[in-house]
Design a protein around this ligand. Structure first.
Ligand code: ADP
Ligand code: MG
Ligand code: MG
Length: 898
């Protein structure tokens, strides 16, 4: 029989699919003997059934009752009983952490009777009525759908009537009257009363948490974090403990290491006399965790013990929530904590040093995206001038943008192409769209564990929070600094998430230490820690990876940089730029040539220029393969703009003058060559087959460059790659011409020029006939850009702006197929081509040279598909090396990769 409910004692961390991360980790802590309030977990499976059928699965409510009875028996009290009632929290928690995105209902079990019992048992009437008020409001809004603004307005009116500056000035009688008002609001708005039955409260709260899986902000968060929509949330039901029972109580959030830098030590925020949600919401300012040592040394010592236990057990940075109820410590949550890229590298390296994890595990815990982030520039602190404000450095990096004061404005301005910084007193989950849109988030309240900080770190957004000297005026759309400077909306500010500083204007940037290390090998004393950690990870990746990594580079400078970054060759050297600049005239001449002699003259003039380019690139890549692609784009791309020419000619005619004869001639050619759909027109191998002498000239330039390098004592390894082949016959014809020229140059120079000839696989037909094509190809290289365009039948430039955001919103794809390879469609063509190509030609060398070669997820796919190498832009080479290494570690789980 299906089971839908598990006691904590029956669960564990490896059951996160079924119990959600929060539930599984609570169970794990309970098993470790840590003090966790008793409870049980309703599975994600029950949630999925409820969401798809609209009713809870058969038997679920009986199971809940049985588990509740067990909890009640252990506690010796019944849920919501009139004397000293047992109260419960009902918490959401999915497989992947979605902080604050779904609902939690606290204090289930309170009603008109049990509130009196709670007052007596706790010795505080005010506390009891405040808890009841919180339940009525939370239940009213989350479960019964009443607008929270109505409750807030009721609270505001009451405070006004009592002349109370804040909630703390309301007494028990005030709060009791507020409960009455909130209850009648519920009756008025929904036509039914606030339920007095504790069992009904529990049942309805569980279903409401199920439903909160589909809340708008939860969906948005999942889309953004690439979390599947069909996982569902588990529901943890747990005995309440109270951090708001006085000065000897409180709640906090802590990390076993600094999540910003990875530095060892306990970090966190503590709020005396408060419940957990008050810490995260940033409503009141917290004190550093270290202060707890003075406030409650006993609990502090126990907390440190538990944190050590957790870090050794999870073998990773843990992030925890705890509550102290009258001197007794309770653990309310733990998970492997989110961290910055810098911390991820630093922690992985340290845990290896401590012998807790292997170098392979360390590699699994860092990521190419993180490395890419560390390669960004940061502010030059010696030149930033005086800061407008200082706050907590919650998420590192340097961001510049116009200050905006609400989420909608952030979204609006970003859509219009502006860079913005979202400035708030504190953020709530409703600010998520603005946080996604903004370059950085700046808040005046809240600690390192506030909503703003946690969410920004998760998204890699720069964040400074708790900049207390700022007073943020959302209505007036401005903030005021400590010394009275007013900064209006739209003013450009710079936010340094590594130092916690905010500057007026656009501050100057400097290169990152990691980038400097990658480029020069220098460690630089001040950031040696993170640089060493990155070096460790890359060394390990290089040791285990099977994929080689090459770079796409067209110039000797790019080639040299790629080599410094660890590229093992050039996988794509495009020749088009060799036809630009001053050479455009020669190309034009070639295109307009009326006779063979005229054309030969132009080609001859181009030859020595191209030869020099190739010689320099081969020199920079001495001893490594360089794949040179023959000219790919349509020739009219090298001619002047059609409209411009037409206007010039027409204007001359309108003025009664003869148009410039050259203009007229070029316009004629441009018109002749005009294509409705150039992407699918005369380009690639087709060009070489119809423009006489074009292939020969390029190949001659390559061959003569090889001869020159050999003459200089080098070992050039050029490969010639034919683009856009769809049929083996095209490649055969092109190759004949190539071989012909190579033979000629060999004869003329007396040096045997050998140069493998291969093709790009970038048309579905090429992939589908790869077995035939391999008969003529000495290597394959997937051009995944064109292959994606031609497989989907859309051109990137036309569709990305036009409808991709709608497609992403509506879930047609989770990421753009131009960013991450579409495994199902394009990936299948890759698989076919690899299999059939190698069947025809065993050992066929196969790579990829589209931009996907530097995308982490795609690199993993290419590893699995059995490619020999990926080629990407030089700056992505370290990322690809790292991910190729991670891809080779099959079976090793990354901690919490999200
Ligand atoms: P989130 O996923 O947003 O972190 P939680 O389930 O952790 O949501 O709950 C929100 C808040 O409620 C937390 O701050 C937590 O401290 C508090 N809370 C949850 N369960 C209990 C409990 N059993 N006793 C006291 N406070 C609780
Ligand atoms: Mg929590
Ligand atoms: Mg292409």
């Amino acid at each position: 029989m299906a089971r839908y409910v598990y006691d904590f004692a029956e669960g564990g961390r490896d059951m996160a699919d079924l119990l959600g991360g929060k539930g599984a980790n609570l169970a794990e802590m309970a098993r470790l003997g840590l003090p966790v309030p008793a409870g049980f977990i309703v599975t994600t499976e029950a949630c999925r059934t409820f969401l798809s059928t609209g009713t809870e699965p058969d038997g679920m409510s009986d199971e809940v009752s049985r588990h509740l009875a067990a909890v009640e028996a252990a506690a010796g009290r019944l849920l919501g009983q009139p004397e000293d009632p047992l109260l419960l929290s009902v918490r959401s928690g999915a497989r992947f952490s979605m902080p604050g995105m779904m609902e939690t209902v606290l204090d289930i079990g309170l009603n008109d009777d049990s509130v009196l019992g709670l007052a007596k048992a706790s010795g505080s009437e005010r506390f009891a009525w405040d808890s009841y008020r919180r339940l009525v409001q939370m239940f009213g809004s989350t479960v019964m759908g009443v607008d929270t603004a109505l409750f807030e307005e009721a609270l505001r009116l009451l405070k006004e009537a009592r002349n109370a500056p804040d909630d703390l000035h309301l007494d028990a009688a005030d709060l009791a009257s507020l409960v009455d008002v909130c209850k009648s609001l519920i009756q008025q708005e929904t036509g039914e009363p606030f339920p007095q039955s504790p069992a009904e409260q529990l049942r309805r709260a569980i279903l409401a948490v199920f439903r909160s899986w589909n809340a708008e902000r939860a969906r948005l968060y999942r889309r953004r974090e690439h979390i599947p929509d069909d996982l569902g949330t588990a529901v943890t039901v747990q005995c309440m403990v109270f951090g708001n029972l006085g000065a000897d109580s409180g709640s906090g959030v802590a990390f076993t290491r600094d999540p910003a830098t990875g530095r060892q030590g306990f970090y966190g925020d503590y709020l005396p006399n408060a419940q957990g949600e008050d810490v995260v919401s940033g409503i009141r300012n917290t004190v550093p965790l270290a202060d707890l040592e003075d406030l409650d040394p006993h609990s502090f010592a126990r907390l440190c013990d538990h944190m050590r236990t957790l870090e050794r057990h999870y073998r990773d940075l843990c992030d925890i929530e705890f509550t102290i109820e009258r001197g007794t410590l309770w653990m309310l949550q733990t998970r492997v904590g989110k961290r910055t890229a810098e911390a991820a590298f630093a922690i992985a390296a340290e845990l290896v040093d401590e012998g807790l994890i292997t170098p392979d595990e360390a590699l699994a815990r860092v990521s190419g995206d993180g490395l890419a982030r560390l390669m960004f520039r940061r502010f030059d602190t010696s030149a930033t001038g005086e800061a407008l404000a200082h706050g907590i450095p919650a998420s590192p990096g340097a961001a510049v943008g116009a200050a905006v004061f609400d989420s909608a404005e952030a979204v609006r301005r970003t859509a219009a192409g502006e860079r913005v910084v979202l400035v708030r007193q504190e953020t709530t989950p409703d600010d998520l769209p603005g946080m996604v849109a903004a370059q950085a988030v700046l808040t005046s309240r809240g600690g390192k564990t506030s909503h703003a900080a946690v969410v920004a770190r998760g998204m890699g957004r720069v964040c400074v929070c708790g900049a207390e000297e700022l007073s943020v005026d959302t209505e007036g759309r401005r903030f005021t600094t400590g010394d009275g400077t007013v900064v209006e909306e739209g003013t450009v500010i710079s936010v340094d998430g590594s130092a916690g500083a905010v500057y007026r204007g656009a501050a100057p940037l400097v290169d990152s230490a990691v980038m400097r290390y990658l480029e020069t090998g220098e460690r630089g004393a001040e950031s040696a820690g993170v640089v060493d950690a990155v070096a460790h990870a890359l060394r390990q990746a290089d040791a285990v990876r099977r994929l080689e990594v090459r770079a796409n580079a067209d110039t000797p400078e790019d080639a040299a940089r790629a080599r410094r970054f660890g590229a093992q060759g050039i996988g794509l050297c495009r020749t088009e730029h060799l036809f630009l600049g001053e050479r455009r005239k020669l190309v034009e001449e070639m295109i307009l040539a009326g006779t063979d002699a005229e054309r030969d003259h132009a080609l001859e003039a181009l030859l020595p220029l191209q030869r020099r380019d190739f010689t320099r690139i081969l020199e920079a890549m001495e001893g490594l393969p360089v794949t040179i692609r023959l000219l790919d784009p349509p020739l009219h791309e090298f001619l002047p703009d059609r409209t411009e020419l037409a206007v010039r000619v027409a204007a001359a005619q309108a003025a009664g003058n003869q148009p410039d004869p050259h203009d007229a001639e070029v316009l004629d050619a441009v018109n002749r060559m005009h294509e409705e759909n150039p992407m699918l027109g005369l380009r690639g191998v087709r060009l070489g087959l119809v423009v006489p002498g074009l292939v020969a000239m390029q190949v001659r330039a390559v061959a003569e460059a090889i001869v020159e390098r050999v003459g200089a004592g080098g070992a050039p390894m050029a490969e010639i790659m034919v683009p856009l082949v769809g049929a083996v016959e095209e490649l055969r014809l092109a190759r004949e011409e190539v071989e012909h020229v190579l033979a000629d140059v060999s004869k003329e120079s007396g040096i045997t020029v050998r140069c493998p000839v291969g093709t790009m696989i970038e048309l579905p037909r090429a992939a589908l006939t790869a077995g035939r094509i391999a008969e003529e190809a000495e290597f394959f290289s997937f051009g995944t850009n064109d292959l994606t365009q031609t497989t989907w039948g859309f051109s990137r430039d036309d569709v990305e702006a036009a409808f991709f955001s709608a497609y992403l919103d509506r879930g047609v794809f989770a990421t753009s197929p131009f960013e991450t390879i579409d495994r199902e469609g394009v990936g299948r063509l890759v698989d076919i081509a690899v299999t059939e190509g190698r069947a025809a030609r065993p050992g066929l060398k196969i790579g990829v040279c589209g931009e996907h070669g530097g995308d982490p997820d795609s690199v993993h796919f290419f590893h699995t598909a059995g490619l020999d190498y990926v080629s990407c832009s030089p700056f992505r080479v370290p990322v690809a090396r790292l991910e190729a290494g991670r891809a080779a570690l099959s079976g090793i789980e990354a901690g919490d990769s999200r």
